[in-house]
Design a protein around this ligand. Structure first.
Ligand code: BTN
Length: 265
Protein backbone atom coordinates (compact mmCIF):
# COMPACT_ATOMS: atom_id res chain seq x y z
CA UNK A 1 0.00 0.00 0.00
CA UNK A 2 1.43 3.41 -0.98
CA UNK A 3 0.51 6.57 0.91
CA UNK A 4 2.24 8.60 -1.77
CA UNK A 5 -0.04 10.33 -4.31
CA UNK A 6 1.10 12.72 -7.01
CA UNK A 7 3.22 15.82 -6.51
CA UNK A 8 1.03 18.93 -6.50
CA UNK A 9 3.07 22.04 -7.47
CA UNK A 10 0.99 24.33 -5.24
CA UNK A 11 1.84 22.18 -2.21
CA UNK A 12 5.55 22.36 -3.06
CA UNK A 13 5.29 26.13 -3.45
CA UNK A 14 3.36 26.57 -0.20
CA UNK A 15 5.94 28.13 2.13
CA UNK A 16 8.75 27.87 -0.47
CA UNK A 17 11.43 30.39 0.52
CA UNK A 18 13.10 31.13 -2.81
CA UNK A 19 13.37 34.17 -5.08
CA UNK A 20 13.23 32.33 -8.41
CA UNK A 21 13.77 28.57 -8.25
CA UNK A 22 10.40 26.82 -8.25
CA UNK A 23 8.33 29.98 -8.73
CA UNK A 24 7.10 28.28 -11.87
CA UNK A 25 6.58 24.51 -11.77
CA UNK A 26 5.30 22.48 -14.73
CA UNK A 27 4.02 19.12 -13.54
CA UNK A 28 3.26 16.17 -15.83
CA UNK A 29 1.94 12.68 -15.22
CA UNK A 30 4.19 11.29 -17.96
CA UNK A 31 6.80 12.78 -20.26
CA UNK A 32 9.60 11.40 -22.41
CA UNK A 33 12.24 13.16 -20.30
CA UNK A 34 11.88 16.23 -18.08
CA UNK A 35 15.17 17.47 -19.56
CA UNK A 36 13.57 17.47 -23.03
CA UNK A 37 10.56 19.49 -21.86
CA UNK A 38 12.81 21.89 -19.94
CA UNK A 39 14.94 22.35 -23.05
CA UNK A 40 11.87 23.28 -25.09
CA UNK A 41 10.67 25.71 -22.42
CA UNK A 42 14.14 27.27 -22.17
CA UNK A 43 14.20 27.77 -25.96
CA UNK A 44 10.81 29.51 -25.68
CA UNK A 45 12.30 31.91 -23.13
CA UNK A 46 11.23 30.36 -19.80
CA UNK A 47 12.42 32.21 -16.71
CA UNK A 48 15.45 31.07 -14.80
CA UNK A 49 14.39 28.74 -12.00
CA UNK A 50 11.52 27.14 -13.90
CA UNK A 51 11.02 23.51 -12.85
CA UNK A 52 9.69 20.59 -14.89
CA UNK A 53 8.62 17.59 -12.89
CA UNK A 54 7.03 14.31 -13.95
CA UNK A 55 5.59 11.31 -12.16
CA UNK A 56 7.10 8.99 -14.78
CA UNK A 57 9.42 9.30 -17.77
CA UNK A 58 9.19 7.00 -20.75
CA UNK A 59 12.66 7.91 -22.03
CA UNK A 60 14.49 8.98 -18.88
CA UNK A 61 18.12 9.61 -19.79
CA UNK A 62 21.30 9.14 -17.82
CA UNK A 63 24.87 10.18 -18.55
CA UNK A 64 26.53 8.75 -21.67
CA UNK A 65 23.13 8.14 -23.27
CA UNK A 66 22.18 5.47 -20.75
CA UNK A 67 18.59 4.71 -19.91
CA UNK A 68 17.34 6.01 -16.57
CA UNK A 69 14.50 3.92 -15.13
CA UNK A 70 11.82 6.39 -14.02
CA UNK A 71 8.77 4.59 -12.61
CA UNK A 72 6.13 6.25 -10.42
CA UNK A 73 7.02 7.63 -6.99
CA UNK A 74 10.50 8.86 -7.81
CA UNK A 75 11.46 12.51 -7.90
CA UNK A 76 12.28 13.26 -11.55
CA UNK A 77 12.77 16.93 -12.26
CA UNK A 78 14.73 19.45 -14.29
CA UNK A 79 15.66 23.03 -13.46
CA UNK A 80 16.30 25.75 -16.04
CA UNK A 81 19.24 27.99 -15.14
CA UNK A 82 20.80 30.88 -17.06
CA UNK A 83 24.18 31.48 -15.44
CA UNK A 84 26.67 33.89 -16.98
CA UNK A 85 29.49 31.37 -17.20
CA UNK A 86 31.52 29.60 -19.85
CA UNK A 87 30.57 26.08 -20.99
CA UNK A 88 33.38 24.45 -19.00
CA UNK A 89 31.70 25.62 -15.78
CA UNK A 90 28.84 23.17 -16.31
CA UNK A 91 30.83 20.55 -14.41
CA UNK A 92 30.83 22.81 -11.36
CA UNK A 93 27.04 23.13 -11.50
CA UNK A 94 26.79 19.36 -11.60
CA UNK A 95 29.02 18.99 -8.54
CA UNK A 96 27.04 21.73 -6.81
CA UNK A 97 23.78 19.89 -7.41
CA UNK A 98 25.23 16.65 -6.03
CA UNK A 99 26.21 18.52 -2.85
CA UNK A 100 22.68 19.91 -2.54
CA UNK A 101 21.04 16.50 -2.90
CA UNK A 102 23.52 14.79 -0.55
CA UNK A 103 23.10 17.51 2.04
CA UNK A 104 19.30 17.46 1.98
CA UNK A 105 19.22 13.66 2.28
CA UNK A 106 21.65 13.80 5.19
CA UNK A 107 20.03 16.69 7.03
CA UNK A 108 16.35 15.94 6.57
CA UNK A 109 16.40 12.14 6.55
CA UNK A 110 19.47 11.52 8.73
CA UNK A 111 20.92 9.06 6.24
CA UNK A 112 24.62 8.65 5.62
CA UNK A 113 25.38 9.65 2.02
CA UNK A 114 28.42 9.63 -0.23
CA UNK A 115 29.16 11.24 -3.60
CA UNK A 116 31.00 9.43 -6.37
CA UNK A 117 32.66 11.75 -8.88
CA UNK A 118 31.22 13.69 -10.45
CA UNK A 119 27.65 13.46 -9.38
CA UNK A 120 26.31 10.09 -8.25
CA UNK A 121 24.77 10.25 -4.81
CA UNK A 122 25.07 6.93 -2.99
CA UNK A 123 23.84 5.36 0.23
CA UNK A 124 25.99 2.45 1.47
CA UNK A 125 27.65 2.41 -1.94
CA UNK A 126 24.36 2.10 -3.86
CA UNK A 127 23.09 4.80 -6.18
CA UNK A 128 20.09 6.78 -4.98
CA UNK A 129 20.38 9.83 -7.25
CA UNK A 130 21.83 10.75 -10.62
CA UNK A 131 22.25 14.16 -12.23
CA UNK A 132 22.30 14.98 -15.94
CA UNK A 133 23.42 18.49 -16.88
CA UNK A 134 22.77 19.66 -20.44
CA UNK A 135 23.58 23.02 -21.96
CA UNK A 136 22.47 25.18 -24.83
CA UNK A 137 25.34 27.29 -26.08
CA UNK A 138 26.13 29.71 -28.89
CA UNK A 139 29.88 29.57 -29.32
CA UNK A 140 31.21 30.17 -25.84
CA UNK A 141 28.01 31.79 -24.59
CA UNK A 142 25.79 29.65 -22.39
CA UNK A 143 22.15 30.36 -23.19
CA UNK A 144 20.70 27.93 -20.67
CA UNK A 145 21.68 25.01 -18.51
CA UNK A 146 19.24 22.24 -17.72
CA UNK A 147 20.01 20.33 -14.56
CA UNK A 148 18.08 17.06 -14.50
CA UNK A 149 17.87 15.34 -11.14
CA UNK A 150 16.60 11.81 -10.61
CA UNK A 151 16.07 10.65 -7.04
CA UNK A 152 14.90 7.14 -6.26
CA UNK A 153 12.56 8.38 -3.57
CA UNK A 154 9.72 5.97 -2.84
CA UNK A 155 10.61 3.26 -5.34
CA UNK A 156 10.39 -0.42 -4.53
CA UNK A 157 13.82 -1.54 -5.68
CA UNK A 158 12.58 -5.15 -5.86
CA UNK A 159 10.51 -4.12 -8.86
CA UNK A 160 13.60 -2.68 -10.57
CA UNK A 161 15.27 -4.27 -13.62
CA UNK A 162 17.33 -7.18 -12.25
CA UNK A 163 20.68 -5.87 -13.52
CA UNK A 164 20.20 -2.64 -11.54
CA UNK A 165 18.99 -4.08 -8.24
CA UNK A 166 22.42 -4.70 -6.69
CA UNK A 167 23.79 -1.26 -7.45
CA UNK A 168 20.69 0.81 -6.74
CA UNK A 169 18.74 1.83 -3.68
CA UNK A 170 15.87 4.15 -2.80
CA UNK A 171 15.16 6.50 0.09
CA UNK A 172 12.17 4.33 1.00
CA UNK A 173 14.30 1.22 1.15
CA UNK A 174 16.90 2.87 3.37
CA UNK A 175 14.34 4.49 5.67
CA UNK A 176 11.80 1.69 5.74
CA UNK A 177 9.15 4.30 5.12
CA UNK A 178 8.04 6.67 2.43
CA UNK A 179 9.42 10.17 2.07
CA UNK A 180 7.06 13.16 1.87
CA UNK A 181 8.11 14.06 -1.67
CA UNK A 182 6.59 17.55 -1.76
CA UNK A 183 8.32 18.66 1.43
CA UNK A 184 11.58 17.04 0.34
CA UNK A 185 11.40 18.83 -3.01
CA UNK A 186 10.65 22.17 -1.34
CA UNK A 187 13.77 21.90 0.81
CA UNK A 188 15.79 20.78 -2.20
CA UNK A 189 14.71 23.81 -4.25
CA UNK A 190 15.55 26.16 -1.38
CA UNK A 191 19.01 24.68 -0.97
CA UNK A 192 19.54 24.63 -4.73
CA UNK A 193 18.88 28.36 -4.91
CA UNK A 194 21.11 29.06 -1.94
CA UNK A 195 24.04 27.14 -3.47
CA UNK A 196 23.41 28.52 -6.94
CA UNK A 197 23.60 32.08 -5.60
CA UNK A 198 26.94 31.20 -4.02
CA UNK A 199 28.08 29.74 -7.34
CA UNK A 200 27.06 32.85 -9.30
CA UNK A 201 29.05 35.01 -6.85
CA UNK A 202 32.06 32.98 -8.09
CA UNK A 203 32.48 31.37 -4.67
CA UNK A 204 32.95 27.76 -5.71
CA UNK A 205 35.57 26.91 -3.11
CA UNK A 206 33.21 26.25 -0.13
CA UNK A 207 30.95 24.17 -2.38
CA UNK A 208 33.91 22.08 -3.49
CA UNK A 209 35.07 21.61 0.10
CA UNK A 210 31.61 20.34 1.05
CA UNK A 211 31.60 18.10 -2.02
CA UNK A 212 34.90 16.59 -0.84
CA UNK A 213 33.42 15.93 2.60
CA UNK A 214 30.98 13.52 0.93
CA UNK A 215 33.55 11.98 -1.41
CA UNK A 216 34.86 9.10 0.66
CA UNK A 217 36.31 7.43 -2.45
CA UNK A 218 39.12 10.02 -2.50
CA UNK A 219 42.40 8.31 -1.65
CA UNK A 220 41.15 4.97 -3.00
CA UNK A 221 42.18 3.09 -6.14
CA UNK A 222 39.78 3.69 -9.00
CA UNK A 223 39.32 2.87 -12.63
CA UNK A 224 37.88 5.53 -14.87
CA UNK A 225 36.68 5.24 -18.42
CA UNK A 226 37.03 8.59 -20.12
CA UNK A 227 36.61 9.10 -23.88
CA UNK A 228 37.37 5.43 -24.70
CA UNK A 229 40.46 5.45 -22.49
CA UNK A 230 40.73 3.41 -19.31
CA UNK A 231 42.75 5.07 -16.54
CA UNK A 232 43.59 3.31 -13.30
CA UNK A 233 45.22 4.83 -10.27
CA UNK A 234 44.60 6.57 -6.98
CA UNK A 235 41.87 9.21 -6.84
CA UNK A 236 43.90 12.02 -5.31
CA UNK A 237 41.45 14.89 -5.34
CA UNK A 238 39.37 17.31 -7.34
CA UNK A 239 40.67 20.63 -8.62
CA UNK A 240 38.99 24.06 -8.64
CA UNK A 241 37.22 23.33 -11.94
CA UNK A 242 35.76 20.08 -10.62
CA UNK A 243 38.12 17.83 -12.60
CA UNK A 244 39.15 14.54 -10.97
CA UNK A 245 42.86 14.10 -10.29
CA UNK A 246 44.24 10.58 -10.65
CA UNK A 247 47.75 9.43 -9.86
CA UNK A 248 48.50 6.49 -12.10
CA UNK A 249 50.61 3.47 -11.14
CA UNK A 250 53.51 5.10 -13.01
CA UNK A 251 53.17 8.15 -10.78
CA UNK A 252 51.76 10.37 -13.54
CA UNK A 253 49.04 12.84 -12.58
CA UNK A 254 45.99 12.79 -14.83
CA UNK A 255 43.23 15.39 -14.84
CA UNK A 256 39.87 14.01 -15.95
CA UNK A 257 36.90 16.20 -16.94
CA UNK A 258 34.42 13.49 -17.91
CA UNK A 259 34.02 9.79 -17.29
CA UNK A 260 32.68 6.94 -15.27
CA UNK A 261 34.42 5.93 -12.05
CA UNK A 262 34.52 2.41 -10.62
CA UNK A 263 36.05 1.74 -7.22
CA UNK A 264 38.75 -0.94 -7.29
CA UNK A 265 38.83 -3.50 -4.48
C1 BTN B 1 22.96 9.57 -14.38
O1 BTN B 1 23.29 9.23 -13.25
O2 BTN B 1 23.38 8.96 -15.38
C2 BTN B 1 22.05 10.76 -14.55
C3 BTN B 1 20.60 10.43 -14.35
C4 BTN B 1 19.69 11.66 -14.47
C5 BTN B 1 18.22 11.32 -14.40
C6 BTN B 1 17.35 12.53 -14.38
S1 BTN B 1 15.66 12.18 -14.02
C7 BTN B 1 15.20 13.80 -14.47
C8 BTN B 1 16.01 14.17 -15.69
N1 BTN B 1 15.37 13.68 -16.90
C9 BTN B 1 16.11 12.76 -17.51
O3 BTN B 1 15.79 12.19 -18.58
N2 BTN B 1 17.24 12.54 -16.85
C10 BTN B 1 17.32 13.37 -15.66
Amino acid sequence: MHKDGIIVPKRVQDGLRTDFIGKEIHHFTEVTSTNDIAKELAAEGAEEGTIVIAETQTQGRGRFGRRWASPKRGIWFSTILRPEVSPKDALKLTLMTAVVVARVIKRTLRLDVQIKWPNDVLIKGKKVCGILTEMNTTGKVVNSVIIGVGINANLDIDSFPEDLRDSTTSLKKELNEEVARERFLRILLEELEHYYKTFTRREFHPILEEWKSFADFLGSPVEIVSYDEKITGLAIGVDQSGALLIKTQKGIMRRVMSGDVTLQK
